[in-house]
Ligand binder design. Structure first.
Ligand code: PSU
Ligand code: MN
Length: 309
């Protein structure tokens, strides 16, 4: 087997070699999830938060035929300002095509998990995972993020699944795929902009050490795949379901009228919800990503303290 074309930043290479905690970060949230310049601020602040909490951040993207594990500030700036139409939104299906053809690509949750696993990184913090879209019974739109959680051995910290999705169906598919869904510090499954989706989470944990132990035991038992840690948005930053739900309904209706499909659905909905809430959804989104970065760093620290498996 030839080696995968991974280019590590010096900081990430040193941290991995020393067995120090590292947290992977995705790049689709930068290119397709938030507008400039808030996306760049977010990317920098998330990295700073991870450092403050004792771990090394590794933002992942594809450029020049290489999977980059850890980006310098110039690369972050360039990505944040690139027209989303010029950057591939990469999932499992198109990652190899992008690398082989020397194109520029931003990694979604699924592609970031694949790259993190290749790099030997076991923790990844983001905003929200993709899931089963509303109307999936006719559109068949189910994010590849879900099956990736069943394949790649990475613990993903998200604020639940985005409330634009069909959350009961998303939880059902995760159960079928054998993915542990762990609410952090509460019983309810969080709904991205809100702390409580009204659905019970299948599992609950209250400390990074418990989450690290569960990941290690999966490996010991020979179970493939990762874990989803659903970390509720801080109370001060949440948007009540009663406020966000009508906005989501409107954005979904517009997407249907305009025939938005496939990879464009999630970026379209996030963009419209941002406009319809006058930016409030973006402020919440940034707050929950920072909150997930904090927990991700603490989990990575706990894993580095566990005996290696
Ligand atoms: N979380 C965010 N904003 C985003 C995403 C996640 O706060 O933009 C991205 C992630 O990269 C996720 C993707 O993997 O949306 C899901 O896209 P789709 O529904 O097309 O699978
Ligand atoms: Mn989709």
């Amino acid at each position: 087997m030839t080696t995968a074309p991974l280019t590590f930043s010096p900081e990430v290479r040193a941290a991995l070699d020393a067995g120090h905690p590292v947290v992977a970060l995705e790049s689709t949230i930068i290119t397709h999830g938030m507008p400039f310049p808030q996306n760049l601020d977010m990317a920098r602040n998330v990295e700073a938060t991870i450092r403050e909490n004792g771990a090394t951040p590794a933002t992942i993207a594809v450029m020049g035929g290489q999977i980059h594990i850890g980006l310098d500030d110039a690369a972050l700036q360039a990505l944040a300002q690139t027209d989303p139409a010029q950057v591939m939104k990469l999932s499992r299906a198109d990652l190899a095509v992008c690398v082989a053809n020397g194109r520029t690509g931003a990694t979604t949750v699924a592609a970031t998990m694949i790259c993190a696993a290749l790099a030997g990184i076991r923790v990844f913090a983001t905003g929200g995972i993709g899931g089963v879209h509303r109307g999936a019974e006719t559109s068949f739109d189910i994010s590849a993020d879900l099956q990736e959680l069943a394949h790649s051995p990475v613990t993903v910290i998200a604020a639940g699944a985005k409330a634009i999705l069909d959350l009961p169906k998303t939880l059902e598919v995760l159960e079928t795929l054998g993915v542990p869904v762990i609410a952090y510090g509460q019983d309810a499954f969080p709904a991205f902009w809100s702390r409580d989706s009204g659905l019970a989470a299948p599992l609950r944990m209250d400390s990074p050490a418990q989450i690290a132990a569960a990941a290690a035991m999966r490996a010991t038992l020979g179970l493939p795949g990762g874990q989803l840690v659903a970390n509720p948005i801080p109370a001060a930053d949440e948007i009540a379901a009663g406020i966000i739900n009508p906005v989501i309904e409107q954005a979904l209706a517009e997407a249907a009228t305009q025939g938005i499909a496939a990879k464009s659905v999630t970026p379209f909905l996030l963009g419209r919800i941002f406009e319809l809430t006058n930016g409030r959804s973006l402020a919440s989104n940034i707050a929950l990503v920072l909150n997930n970065a904090r927990l991700g760093a603490r989990i990575a620290v706990a894993m580095a303290e566990e005996p290696a498996v």
